[in-house]
Ligand binder design. Structure first.
Ligand SMILES: [Zn+2]
Length: 226
């Protein structure tokens, strides 16, 4: 009843097509949910994210939930996360994705989750870390321990868009630090980021974890920009 009244005053609209949502729908209408550009990476023997990262870091599996397309649904969702501060949406995406990957045998080997951290200055500006919120959704749904508080970002990096790959790598290398390496020892850790493009951030973060701790890694992100 209250929800119905709230819906009249503040209608719940689909983030993509802006039609009114019915009470069983969250964030996207059914039509837009069906159009989500899912990668289904977790069902493939090898996929685009893995090909991007091969030879750069040691990892077991890597998978992204969605393909990123300019002006597509993924971009609208990411815009909501980044500019509207919609932390709940990031958690929702994490738990939605967890339900999908939990059906694979590989996901059962993962026994810890860690999000790529934001630098404190960026965290203050943005209000929250969308990678962490996505990791929280994954962690809660999968029932796997979240170690995100033990990985920190020690330097804020400048924007990387105008740099070529080697410079980008240099730009993000050694900017992460594992606070309590023993927490990661002998575990299979799922390292979580928001968007993977060149893979430079994941590469730097993963290398720092591998350098510091004896553990195996898999990688997951909300989106992959091929
Ligand atoms: Zn829609």
């Amino acid at each position: 009843m209250l929800q119905n009244i709230l819906n009249i005053v503040y209608p719940n609209l689909c983030l993509s097509c802006h039609t009114s949502l019915v009470h069983t729908e969250r964030y996207l209408c059914l039509g837009c949910q069906l159009q989500l550009p899912e990668t289904n990476d977790h069902l493939k023997n090898e996929n685009g994210v893995e090909k991007t990262l091969w030879g750069r870091i040691p990892f077991e599996r890597a998978f992204s939930f969605l393909f990123f397309n300019q002006r597509g649904i993924t971009q609208k969702l990411l815009h909501e996360l980044k500019y509207k501060g919609n932390e709940e949406l990031a958690v929702f995406l994490g738990s939605t994705y967890a339900k999908k990957i939990s059906k694979t045998a590989e996901s059962h080997k993962i026994d810890a989750i860690v999000a790529v951290p934001l630098h404190i200055s960026k965290l203050r500006k943005r209000g929250y870390n969308q990678s962490l919120a996505f990791a929280n959704g994954l962690s809660e749904q999968l029932g796997i321990e979240n170690l995100s508080e033990f990985l920190i970002r020690t330097k804020a990096t400048e924007t990387q868009t105008k740099k070529n790959r080697p410079e980008r790598w240099e730009n993000v290398s050694s900017i992460f630090s594992v606070v309590e390496p023993q927490k990661f020892e002998n575990r299979h850790v799922l390292l979580v980021d928001d968007v993977i493009t060149t893979g430079a951030t994941i590469e730097s973060c993963a290398n720092e974890i591998i350098r510091t701790c004896k553990c195996s890694l898999s990688i997951a992100s909300i989106a992959f920009a091929a």
